[in-house]
Design a protein around this ligand. Structure first.
Ligand code: ADP
Ligand code: MG
Length: 493
């Protein structure tokens, strides 16, 4: 590991607690639906509210998702874990306790690794435990009242806790992104941060190098990567300032306000003892057999790291490309389909990381919504690699495809090539491979640009580029730039 980056002589220490909402149809202990956006208080049943006479029943789908997570991060999946009651009073928790796991969680240990630039970083996980979500307070400022929506009560969560291994806000964001990628990749969480499906709490402290851990403050409910970085940066500066001013840090729970960019103390932090945890008498121990784990293992998708390694080995891609293309399953699938269509993996990678990503970002859409599918992109790349069109012309073709409606209809590779070829024909984009015609253009450009020719002969390389530019322009972009270079150089001696 490299030496830690210091801020004003302080080392930053961060541990994460992330709540990933598990993508089950029904609640963790009841049959009530989990769908987002329903009318308030239409999706909480008697079990979710722990009304007398009801009993919770464990949702197998939630357990299975926890097992998937454990396998994905190389953790131990406990053969027997225990549900506990975490007791506290809060308006959004009328039953007075949350069912969670305390002493024996279902997932134990494991780690998450990621790259920050060239540097590989590994964050150790302490545990991941199953628990139910609480309801939500709704503050209706315009009528000056608050209400409680209990739809979320009983929604299954996996709380994923790290060791305090993170050393900067950049690492924190990279960790959170990696974790987000894992849970969405293995299909246990939809990852929708706006809807609260993936919420991070960052525990932040600072210390002088070599000193014991400082007192932490916990920033709650960071639900965007941008705010996460801003909040941690602010918090670190605030803590250092406090310490430098001679104040001790008080352990506290704080909220980040995106409008002011500041963190604000919400309450002083409770200790575990305040929650009076005890095993929930309504739920038997959660027993997971070896066979169940094996069955889940056999259904696991290829994980991003393994897939990236395969991209390097099978397609000869650089590590960087392989890592970038495996940021999401959809992106990786798009790449493989494109590479398959054009048999040019590196060109496919360049196009996807360049042109395609640029347009996706500009349109703020994900690759599933790309108007040009992998087969069409493959056809464009095929024609470039055959020298039929130049890279520039290919970008024009690609642009046209991108803005055309209804391109999503599935085409075979042959149909895609026919479509591309007709477009190349209509727009007259075919690359000029006839050297006779090109020589004529070059002769004309040389004759008309005596200045540049003289400057080039006097050793100015810039003048040569200007001549190449003139030729490309005169050919309406259809000349092959390499051929122009070669011919021009030989003509100018
Ligand atoms: P609690 O029981 O209060 O939630 P935990 O011991 O479970 O506390 O720790 C919660 C999170 O805080 C973990 O991710 C842990 O790594 C992190 N953490 C603990 N101590 C520190 C510290 N001094 N600085 C930063 N993070 C810390
Ligand atoms: Mg904790």
């Amino acid at each position: 590991m490299s030496t830690p980056k210091l801020i004003q002589g302080y080392e930053v220490v961060i541990g994460f607690e992330t709540h990933a909402q598990l993508s089950t149809q029904s609640k963790i202990f009841s049959r009530a639906p989990t769908a987002f956006g329903a009318e308030p208080n239409t999706q909480a049943c008697a079990v979710d509210l722990a009304l007398p006479g009801t009993l919770p029943v464990m949702n197998r789908g939630a357990v299975e998702r926890a097992i998937r997570f454990g396998l994905a991060i190389g953790a131990r999946v406990a053969p027997r874990s225990i549900f506990a009651r975490k007791n506290y009073f809060y308006p959004d928790l009328p039953k007075g306790y949350q069912i969670s796991q305390y002493e024996i969680p279902v997932v134990q240990g494991g780690e998450v690794s990621f790259y920050l630039g060239d540097e590989k970083k590994t964050v150790r996980l302490v545990r991941a435990h199953l628990e139910e979500d609480a309801g939500k307070s709704l503050h209706e400022d315009f009528i000056g009242q608050s209400g409680i929506d209990l739809n979320r009560a009983g929604t299954p969560l996996l709380e994923i806790v790290t060791e305090p291994d993170i050393r900067s806000s950049e690492e924190a964001v990279a960790y959170a992104r990696e974790l987000h990628k894992i849970v969405t990749w293995i299909g246990i969480c939809d990852g929708n941060m706006q809807e609260g499906s993936f919420r991070c709490d960052a525990n932040v402290s600072v210390r002088k190098p070599g000193q014991p851990l400082g007192t932490r403050r916990e920033i709650k409910n960071l639900n965007s990567f941008k705010f996460m970085q801003q909040a941690i940066d602010y918090e670190v500066r605030w803590q250092i300032e406090q310490i430098e001013d001679g104040h001790a840090i008080q352990q506290a729970t704080v909220l980040f306000d995106p409008d002011t960019g500041e963190t604000r103390a919400m309450r002083t932090k409770e200790d575990a003892a305040d929650y009076r945890y005890f095993p929930d008498p309504d739920l038997p121990p959660l027993v997971i057999s070896k066979e169940w784990i094996e069955r889940v293992k056999s259904q696991m998708p290829e994980l991003p790291r393994a897939m990236a390694a395969r991209f390097v080995a099978d397609y000869g891609l650089p590590e960087y490309d392989a890592t970038t293309l495996t940021q999401s399953k959809a992106m990786a699938a798009y790449f493989e389909a494109t590479a398959q269509a054009c048999k040019q993996p590196k060109l496919a990678s360049n196009w996807i990381m360049g042109e395609v990503s640029r347009r996706l970002n500009a349109a703020e859409i994900s690759i599933e919504k790309a108007p040009v599918d992998a087969v069409m992109l493959g056809a464009v790349i095929t024609r470039v690699s055959e020298g039929v069109i130049s890279n520039n012309a290919a970008k024009q073709v690609f642009d046209a495809l991108w803005s055309e409606e209804g391109i999503l209809t599935r085409r075979s590779e042959d149909e895609a090539l026919v479509k591309i070829d007709s477009y190349i024909e209509i727009k007259g984009l075919k690359q000029m491979n006839d050297s006779g015609a090109l020589e004529q253009i070059i002769d004309e450009v040389i004759a008309a640009n005596a200045d540049n020719v003289a400057q080039f002969k006097a050793g100015k390389e810039k003048a040569f580029n200007a001549l190449v530019g003139q030729v490309m322009k005169a050919s309406k972009g259809k000349a092959n730039p390499q051929q122009v270079n070669d011919l021009l150089r030989s003509k100018l001696g």
